[in-house]
Write a protein that binds this ligand. Structure first.
Ligand SMILES: C[S@@+](CC[C@H](N)C(=O)[O-])C[C@H]1O[C@@H](n2cnc3c(N)ncnc32)[C@H](O)[C@@H]1O
Length: 311
């Protein structure tokens, strides 16, 4: 604790470079008081900028599922920290005594620190054990999914969460080569399962499979739906929700939830249409500018959507 945000290098790299920082600060800048929830604290880059640049009457509740992110966070008089899953945001807000909030930020996925630390097992680029849990609350490790899931479940995970067209072949190869103990071994088994002609295009051949297993381990899409519902529910009128997604499955969930709140997308079938509760702050997803992508290639796939609570 105590070090400045973004200043502590991990293997010579910053913990995480915040994505679309100016856009996030500007979207929250009309908020003059109350609590903004940073539901994905990570390296604290967004939180640090919000604390520095918004009014002194605004405070932040910073949440991360990863105790390592919360442990190394800087201290600030207007920052409260919680280790928790934003999928249970309603319970976290209740235990913090918050009936309403002024804003909520969801900057989804993993931090650079998590990806770069081999022993966390997130990356096909770093040798490590097959873990991939963002926090200790995850029900299964990647090792359990990779080595114990049925071929059908593995295939479903890789197809639906990785949007991988060779899911069945990859699942078959994984089952055939069990036990698989490390990220490097999993990456190699996946690489060999993909036809050579396809391997040459579209980035690392194991990228989609790793994404799928990580999302299954952390039950990321379920947490996102629940977190959006609770966050929007808790927003006061005029409060804002900003979400940054890094792939199409997450972005689709955000887009649909926001549209439903705007009365533009049907929700569950109800006898009367639900009241309009949100207004869009941008008609389409906002993408990072070219200069940002050059500076920080991990921003490349970011899609930011933002809404304001009207009722
Ligand atoms: C992209 S990073 C956020 C970076 C942060 N905005 C910054 O400026 O450094 C995503 C963070 O969200 C956390 N996270 C992902 N899913 C979560 C969840 N369901 N509940 C709480 N934290 C989560 C991850 O552990 C990770 O630290």
């Amino acid at each position: 604790m105590g070090q400045e945000p973004g200043k502590k290098p991990v293997s010579g790299r910053p913990f995480h470079v915040p994505v679309m920082l100016e856009e996030v600060v500007s979207l929250f800048s009309p908020i003059k008081d109350g609590v903004i929830v940073d539901a994905t604290l990570g390296g604290g880059g967004h939180t640090a900028a919000l604390l520095a640049r918004l009014d002194d009457s605004v405070s932040i509740l910073g949440i991360d599922r990863d105790p390592a992110a919360v442990d190394r966070m800087f201290e600030h008089g207007r920052l409260r920290l919680v280790v928790g899953n934003f999928g249970q945001l309603d319970r976290i807000l209740a235990s913090e005594g918050l009936d309403e909030i002024a804003g909520v930020l969801l900057d989804l996925g993993v931090s650079s620190h998590q990806l770069d630390e081999g022993r966390r097992g997130f990356s096909y680029r770093h040798e490590g054990p097959l873990d991939m849990r963002m926090g200790p609350d995850a029900a299964r490790t990647a090792h359990e999914i990779v080595n114990e899931a049925s071929p059908a479940e593995l295939g479903r995970i890789i197809r639906s969460l990785g949007e991988e067209r060779f899911a069945r072949r990859i699942a078959g190869a994984i089952v055939e080569h069990r036990p698989i103990e490390t990220t490097a071994r999993l990456a190699e088994v996946v690489r060999r399962a993909i036809p050579a002609a396809t391997r040459r295009s579209g980035g690392h051949p194991a990228r989609r499979t790793f994404q799928a297993v990580r999302m299954a381990v952390n039950e990321e899409l379920g947490a996102l739906s629940a977190g959006l519902d609770s966050g929007i529910e808790a927003l006061r009128p005029g409060g804002r929700c900003v979400a940054i997604a890094y792939h199409s499955l997450e972005d689709r969930i955000v887009k649909r939830r926001f549209r439903r709140g705007e009365g533009r997308e049907p929700g569950p079938v109800l006898p009367v249409p639900p009241p309009v509760e949100l207004t869009a702050l941008a008609r389409r997803a906002i993408k990072p500018g070219k200069a940002e992508v050059l500076r920080n290639p991990r921003a490349r796939s970011a899609r930011l959507r933002a809404v304001e609570k009207v009722a």
